[in-house]
Design a protein around this ligand. Structure first.
Ligand code: URA
Length: 424
């Protein structure tokens, strides 16, 4: 058995590992023979000296093989299966829109999602703002629901890519998250293990994202496509900006409400960017699934699904299938509510130059809408609704945003929210 310090030494010297070495390293971590402090040292050596494309693929494969791999067609799902993933951002509720849109377009959406931690919101948490929505589905229900209505979303099981879970937990506390290969292996292993034929990736770039520059985001996209291709998957990627929040709502109930507006074809203002991204991701999946030849025709078709009511009808069918209260989708006062809603006005007249996504995310977290540790409870009713987008002109005293506040409200949060705006 190799002493783990050999792998650390190799990576420290910038040498490439073989597949056998990567397999042995991941197995040693999972069996406990490679200790946390040794894995930490190896991860840091990877951050400094990198993994090449082969090593990244071998690491992804070892993560996949550390747990269960879903065989969606073997489980009885017919048709082209699709999965969508975003690398995480503030106000990113695209899955709530894209999943029913893809299903309404005839694709089979098999989605496993996680909860939010820190400043990124989790889709599962957002859906829990809908009374009685069930996020844990048995395999039988998952398959039956996809066959019947074209989509199901369940919380990610620990049996899928357990090695990624161990590596990720350590990366989080050793400043080794932001390495392209480690991110690509982490993201792609979960997607490969979840078994879909087509994988659509929305890679965020900007101040509120892991990838700060479009160049880094494109490098990650390219790496993910390369890995996907080696697994025989159709992988489509897009890079989308994450400097300002996506759309106008940040929180849980508020994001569900914004998603409903988009699904009903009623998007206005900043929600139009959200709609455009959701339509693009769905159209990309349709082209990858060979249902349409061009992105233009697929886009026109998908836009029609928002206007003719099919997307919203599929959303209602989905929520109902997973036990959620469908009346809360038309009467949104039945969703989790805040204690109070406060309007924050513009301190002066000018043009909004920027809205800092992280600044707004911090406010939502302080209101009780985010977690510091996995076990923290969330207040689904709190959040922020932006009345304006970047580039808008505002008058002094005009409403800039709404704060939906709960029990942990403190007045300084109004100032913190204003500090996220640059108005010139
Ligand atoms: N999301 C993941 O799942 N893994 C990473 O490493 C980064 C973002």
């Amino acid at each position: 058995m190799t002493n783990p310090t050999v792998w650390i030494e190799q990576k420290k010297q910038g040498q490439a590992h073989s597949q056998t070495e990567i397999d042995a390293l991941v197995q040693a971590v999972m069996s406990g023979t490679m200790k946390d402090y040794q894995l930490s040292a190896w991860l840091m050596a990877v951050c400094l000296n990198g993994l090449n494309d082969d090593e990244t693929f071998f690491l992804t494969k070892a993560f996949v093989e550390s747990g269960d791999v879903l065989d969606l067609h073997g489980m009885g799902i017919e048709g082209i299966t699709v999965d969508k993933h975003s690398t995480g951002g503030v106000g990113d509720k695209t899955t709530l829109i894209v999943a029913p849109l893809m299903a309404a377009a005839g694709l089979k959406v098999a989605k496993l999602s996680g909860r939010g931690l820190g400043f990124t919101g989790g889709t599962i948490d957002k859906l829990e703002a809908i009374p009685h929505f069930q996020v844990e589905l048995s395999e039988t229900t998952f398959v039956e629901q996809i066959q019947r209505i074209g989509l199901a979303l369940s919380s990610q099981t620990p049996q899928l890519t357990p090695a990624d879970g161990v590596f990720y937990a350590l990366r989080d506390v050793t400043a080794t998250v932001d390495n392209l290969s480690l991110i690509a292996a982490s993201v792609m292993s979960k997607k490969i293990a979840a078994g879909a034929d087509v994988i659509v990736l929305d890679i965020k770039a900007g101040k509120g994202a892991f990838m700060k520059s479009p160049q880094d985001a494109e490098a990650l996209a390219s790496l993910c496509r390369t890995i996907g291709t080696r697994f025989g998957k159709a992988v489509e990627t897009t890079i989308s900006p994450m400097n300002a929040p996506l759309g106008k709502a940040i929180g849980h109930t508020v994001e569900v409400i914004e998603a409903i507006e988009v699904l009903q074809g009623k998007a206005t203002g900043a929600s139009l960017d959200l709609e455009a991204l959701a339509v693009k991701l769905t159209a990309m999946a349709l082209v990858a699934a060979k249902r349409y030849e061009s992105l233009e025709t697929a886009t026109a078709y998908v836009q029609g699904l928002l206007r003719d009511g099919s997307a919203f009808a599929r959303f209602q069918a989905w929520i109902e299938a997973q036990g959620g209260d469908v009346t809360s989708l038309s009467d949104t006062s039945l969703l989790a509510q805040p204690l109070r809603k406060l309007t924050v006005t513009s301190p002066h007249t000018g043009v909004i130059q920027s809205i800092d996504a992280m600044g707004i995310a911090k406010v939502v977290k302080a209101l009780g809408g985010g977690r510091t540790v996995k076990t923290d409870a969330l207040d689904y009713g709190v959040g922020v609704i932006l009345h304006h987008a970047e580039g808008d002109a505002v008058q002094a005293g005009e409403p800039l945003l709404e704060l939906w506040v709960g029990a942990t409200y403190d007045e300084s949060l109004q100032t913190s929210a204003l500090d996220a705006f640059v108005i010139v």
